[in-house]
Write a protein that binds this ligand. Structure first.
Ligand code: ATP
Ligand code: MG
Length: 1107
């Protein structure tokens, strides 16, 4: 948006003049000076009206970046400083918006920057036109066709390191929206002689060097090439490497570009094979060999190279070899074969190389066209870009320069025609009277060259086709005859006497006065080059190649299509293609870029005036300006004109309300510009003389300065006033704030003093009141105390009185009672003594008993036999009753308890009772046994299969089955035995095997001894003389001693009806076989825990230490 608002003009910040039409005075010097001045300030572009003059800066300037593209996008041509982008934008917009096909004609001499300019135009258009995946691909393909064509068609020359050696015209096609659809490239006259020979200091086409530097070893090997440039005769050695050119990296760029453009891998491969074949052709050498008929015949020196070429191209070696040695001429069904001498062989070799390469190049262009061809059939808009060699004047000018200059001559013609036409059209459009313009029309020169009957090209063709000996000299002779009278043709040999003595014109040359200057052409080579002959044997050999590309390049080699007619000559071909080009260009709106080379050194910052002057002359730039200025030098639409100069007149400044044209009229009248100096068109004002415009510009500048001063003055005044007002406002605000602050402070001080004073007064008042209150309170308190004391005194006095009174009353009552009692006793003594005493006593007693029992009923203890509770005795006299009641109750509840027992429980309790009778208070072990139930059969003999044998041996009921320790007399150690008690016997059995060791009938057991302590030792004494006694008594120990002894006692009693003697003593004798041993129990240490230990002290004493 901002862009649209900025109103700029070409006239702003101009260095020199941006448009040469405004140059004043107009002459060659001022023209060059203006260019130089601009060039020195990096302004490489200058306009002549709508033509852009571009001077090659020979260095990269920061004026092609995307920001610049944006700057020039959609801007009017004259709005910004001159730039190639402005031209490209103008062309693109009129193509897109006005539906006018465009062509951009870029001319200039070699190295002037044509190719760069064409690329800049293309890249600008690519940047501003539509976007999208498909469009971008088209753009990319169009842009990438450049590196491919440059690699094959450009070479380093002394004038340009990247000189285009062919002419190129590219049509870019757009759809109605302005999106690119595709393109068509036409190429003109590749300089193919370069393939076989390059002038000193120049190179062959880039691609040869690129392959050798950039291809991988493997690829080179495939192409049978070596990396060394010096191996190839066709590569000029003196400048094989070019400063600042990286052939290897360019090779990668080219391959990449080929891929983008759409070359298939096999195509690329074929192309490079052809290139390699051309390179290798140069290495084929010939030697003379005499033949019998005395004629010299050429032979190939070293056939190795030939062999490799044939392998590369798939040609039969013998066919090619023959084609290099013989020439077959066919005439009227007759074939005549002649041998070639060495010179002819070399000629044939070079012709083949040149043809191969130039046809490859044309094929490449066709192939690229196939790729970039627009895919749709919709109507297209076209922008053509012509990058063609400029006018060339060398020391030695040959056929090529002649052709090139002819092309430039045609371009100049079309330029003049179109420029004038455009000018004329504009005048008609604007309704301005057309004034005739004098200019040089070069049609006459074109006619000299191209006239079908008398033109130089026609002469040349005639000469070439003529039978008989034809040489360059015969051609020159012919020219001298035919063209001698032409005013632009000069020759020493011509009949025209003018040049007879002109020594600057050698005899073998002719000179043409081109529009851009005189050029002298060496006639040598004209015929040959025009003929462009390739021996048929060679083209046939090529056609036979087993290589599709090469075969396709030489269609005329096909014997089936043999054509005896000569192919068209190079000159006529070129003429035809130029004619087509001209026709094409005439249908389009032309845009010109005229490139100028500032120096011959390819160096930046150097402006060689002579060189530039020469180019200006032959480009006819001054004429261009004159044509443009012939009528009116400057024209501008009314709106921008009024906008630019409206400040010069009071009526139009600052705003003009009416139509712009009326405004401009008023303005010009006011300024007093003479009427013949300007003219009013329909939409534009036309100014005849640049002086008038500059006067306007000067006035504008002056006025702008005045306006600037005015604006500055007003602005300053406004700024000061605003500042003053602001300061004033600030001052008021600050003052009011300060006052407020000061008043606040003061108020606060007063307030705090008032509060202080007030508080003092209030304090003083309060203290006064307090004092009074305190006094009052003390008075009250004093009164109360006095009253209290007084009341106390009164009360005590009263109390004392009452007490005294009560004592007295009581005393009276007691005395009265005693008195009464005394009286009653005295009266009733005689009745009472008889029976009342006894009755009262019995009644009291009964009453007490009743109370006792009733209370007892409520206080009965529980029915548990072990409950020790019993209510306390209430009266001493009931002591014995109370005890008896307790005993009866206990017996009763015991009975109640016993009544619940089953028979088995009864038995257990009987046993327990027995044990109690036997051991209570006798054996310390007893209390612990009370809680343990007597189980008897601890070992489950009948269930455990281990004791089956034992069970089988004992058929009586087992009362006890338990493991006991049998103490060994010899050492006091214990051994485990099973102790069994049956109804009739005591048995000891081995614990492990269950074998019965001893069996004693109960009748033989006389006594059981044990200590009174807390141990399980016991001795079973046997009847002396009995069978069992022979082994002696048993000294055993058991964990269930109390139970065992009780059961043994009870069983013995029931079996033998005799009480078993149980001796409880801490020392007893035990009979072991013959001896009696004393077992003594002593108090032992707790070393072994709670287990008693038995030790043999001597033969007669075993000591058991009980802890
Ligand atoms: N606008 C430019 N900015 C910077 N360098 C440029 C510019 N134009 C041309 N050059 C330099 O000048 C050299 C020659 O330019 P270019 O190849 O365009 O010349 P040409 O007119 O096409 O020559 P030929 O007729 O030999 O093909 C370029 O390689 C480049 O280095
Ligand atoms: Mg070029």
């Amino acid at each position: 948006m901002a862009k649209m608002e900025v109103k700029t003009s070409l006239l702003d910040d101009m260095i020199g003049v941006g448009d040469m039409v405004l140059l004043e005075p107009l002459n060659e010097d001022s023209f060059i000076n203006n260019l130089k001045k601009r060039f020195d300030h990096n302004e490489v572009y200058t306009y002549i009206g709508s033509v852009v003059i571009s001077i090659n800066p020979y260095r990269s300037l920061p004026i092609y970046n995307p920001e610049k593209v944006e700057e020039y996008r959609n801007r009017n041509f004259y709005e910004l400083s001159p730039h190639i982008f402005a031209l490209a934008d103008e062309a693109y917009r009129s193509l897109r918006d006005q539906d006018k096909d465009q062509c951009i004609l870029i001319t200039g001499e070699s190295g002037a920057g044509k190719t760069e300019a064409s690329k800049l135009v293309m890249s600008y258009v690519a940047a501003v036109c539509g976007k999208g995946a498909e469009v971008n691909q088209v753009k990319e393909q169009l842009l990438q066709s450049n590196p491919v064509l440059e690699a094959f068609g450009n070479a380093k020359t002394v004038r340009n390191d990247n000189s285009s050696r062919f002419g190129k015209y590219m049509d870019i096609e757009f759809d109605f929206k302005g999106d690119p659809l595709g393109g068509v490239i036409s190429n003109y006259l590749l300089e193919k002689s370069r393939v076989v020979k390059q002038p000193r200091g120049e190179r062959n086409f880039h691609i040869f060097y690129q392959i050798l530097s950039g291809a991988s070893e493997e690829f080179l090997c495939k192409l049978k090439l070596e990396r060394d440039f010096s191996r190839y005769n066709y590569l000029g050695l003196d400048s094989a490497r070019v400063n600042g050119v990286d052939d290897a990296s360019n090779f990668r760029t080219v391959r990449n570009a080929m891929q983008i453009v759409g070359f298939m891998d096999h195509e690329t491969q074929s192309i490079f094979e052809v290139v390699a074949a051309v390179l290798k052709l140069g290495n084929i050498e010939f030697k003379p060999e005499s033949r019998a008929n005395g004629l010299d015949e050429s032979k190939i020196k070293d056939k190795n190279e030939l062999k490799e070429i044939c392998e590369l191209t798939g040609i039969d070696q013998s066919v090619l070899e023959r084609a290099f040695s013989f020439r077959t001429v066919e005439a009227k069904q007759e074939k005549v074969s002649t041998t070639l001498n060495v010179a002819q062989a070399y000629y044939a070799r070079d012709a083949l190389a040149k043809n191969l390469y130039s046809r490859l190049f044309s094929w490449l262009v066709t192939r690229i066209n196939e790729s970039i061809k627009a895919q749709t059939k919709v109507r297209k808009k076209v922008m053509g870009v012509l990058d063609i060699y400029g006018f060339e004047i060398f020391e030695d000018n040959s056929f090529e320069q002649f052709i090139i200059n002819y092309c430039n001559e045609k371009l100049q013609q079309i330029f003049i025609e179109l420029t004038l036409k455009e000018e004329q059209e504009e005048y008609i459009r604007e309704g301005i009277e057309w004034t005739h313009i004098e200019y040089f029309n070069n049609a006459i020169i074109c006619d000299l060259i191209e006239n079908n009957q008398t033109g130089i090209l026609a002469m040349l063709d005639e000469e070439c086709l003529r039978p008989g000996t034809v040489t360059d000299d015969t051609f020159l002779e012919k020219l001298n005859q035919v063209c001698a009278t032409h005013q632009h043709f000069e020759s020493r040999m011509s009949k025209c006497s003018r040049f007879l003595n002109d020594t600057s014109l050698p005899h073998s040359c002719f000179r043409i006065q081109h529009y851009a200057g005189k050029v002298m052409y060496q006639v040598e080579g004209f015929v040959d080059k025009n003929n462009d002959l390739l021996y048929r044997d060679l083209s046939q050999a090529m056609w036979k190649a087993n290589h599709s590309l090469i075969k396709a390049l030489f269609p005329e080699g096909n014997p089936a299509k043999i054509n005896l007619k000569r192919p068209p000559t190079a000159g006529s071909q070129f003429k035809a293609s130029v004619a087509t080009l001209m026709k094409n260009l005439q249908t389009k709106n032309p845009n010109y870029i005229r490139c100028i080379k500032p120096n011959d050194k390819k160096a930046a910052h150097i402006f060689n005036e002579a060189l530039v002057c020469h180019q200006i002359r032959y480009l006819g730039l001054l004429e261009n300006v004159r044509v443009r200025r012939a009528g009116y030098a400057f024209r501008q639409p009314y709106e921008p004109c009024l906008e630019r100069y409206k400040m010069l007149c009071k009526q139009t400044w600052p705003h003009w309300r009416g139509p712009a044209r009326a405004g401009v009229e008023v303005l010009f009248n006011e300024l007093g510009i003479p009427e013949d100096e300007f003219s009013f068109g329909r939409s534009k004002i036309f100014i005849r003389n640049p002086r008038t415009l500059f006067k306007l510009e000067d006035l504008r500048k002056q006025r702008l300065e005045d306006l600037a001063t005015l604006i500055e003055k007003i602005y300053r005044g406004w700024k000061c006033r605003t500042r003053f007002l602001l300061m004033k406002k600030c001052q008021i605000v600050i003052a009011s704030w300060y006052r407020r602050y000061a008043q606040q402070k003061k108020y606060q001080r007063i307030k705090s003093s008032a509060i202080t004073v007030q508080s003092y007064i209030r304090g003083w008042k309060a203290r006064k009141v307090l004092r009074e209150l305190k006094h009052l309170k003390r008075c009250n308190e004093a009164a109360t105390v006095i009253a209290a004391y007084w009341h106390g005194t009164q009360a005590r006095r009263e109390l004392k009185r009452l007490k005294e009174e009560a004592r007295r009353k009581h005393a009276v009552a007691v005395i009265w009672a005693y008195w009464l009692g005394l009286k009653v006793r005295r009266e009733y003594r005689k009745f009472f003594r008889a029976n009342a005493g006894r009755k009262i006593y019995e009644f009291t007693l009964q009453r007490l008993m009743q109370k006792y029992f009733l209370e007892m009923k409520n206080k009965m203890p529980s029915l548990s036999p072990i409950d020790k509770n019993w209510p306390a005795r209430p009266y001493l006299f009931l002591d014995s009753t109370h005890k008896e009641l307790k005993r009866i109750f206990h017996l009763w509840r015991c009975k109640k308890y016993r009544d619940q027992f089953t028979d088995q429980q009864k038995l257990i309790y009987e046993e327990k009772l027995e044990a109690s009778e036997l051991f209570k208070d006798k054996k310390a072990l007893y209390p612990a046994s009370v809680g343990q139930p007597f189980q008897g059969a601890y070992l489950e003999i009948s269930e455990n299969p281990k004791y089956k044998k034992l069970k089988d041996a004992v058929d009586e009921k087992i009362i006890i089955a338990e493991v006991v320790n049998k103490i060994n007399r010899a050492n006091g150690k214990a051994a485990s035995r099973i102790f069994l008690l049956t109804k009739n016997n005591v048995l000891l059995a081995d614990q492990k095997s269950g074998t019965i060791k001893s069996e004693v009938p109960l009748g033989d057991v006389t006594k059981v001894s044990m200590s009174s302590q807390n141990d399980g030792f016991f001795a079973v004494h046997l009847k002396e003389g009995s069978e069992a006694a022979s082994k002696g008594d048993f000294l055993l120990s058991s964990d269930h001693l109390i139970e065992m002894a009780t059961k043994l006692y009870r069983t013995t009693l029931s079996q033998t009806k005799q009480k078993l003697n149980i001796e409880i003593s801490d020392e007893f004798l035990v009979q072991f076989k013959q001896d009696k041993v004393c077992v003594k129990f002593i108090q032992g240490s707790q070393k072994n825990g709670n287990i008693p230990t038995c030790k043999r002290k001597n033969n007669r004493l075993l000591e058991v230490a009980v802890p």
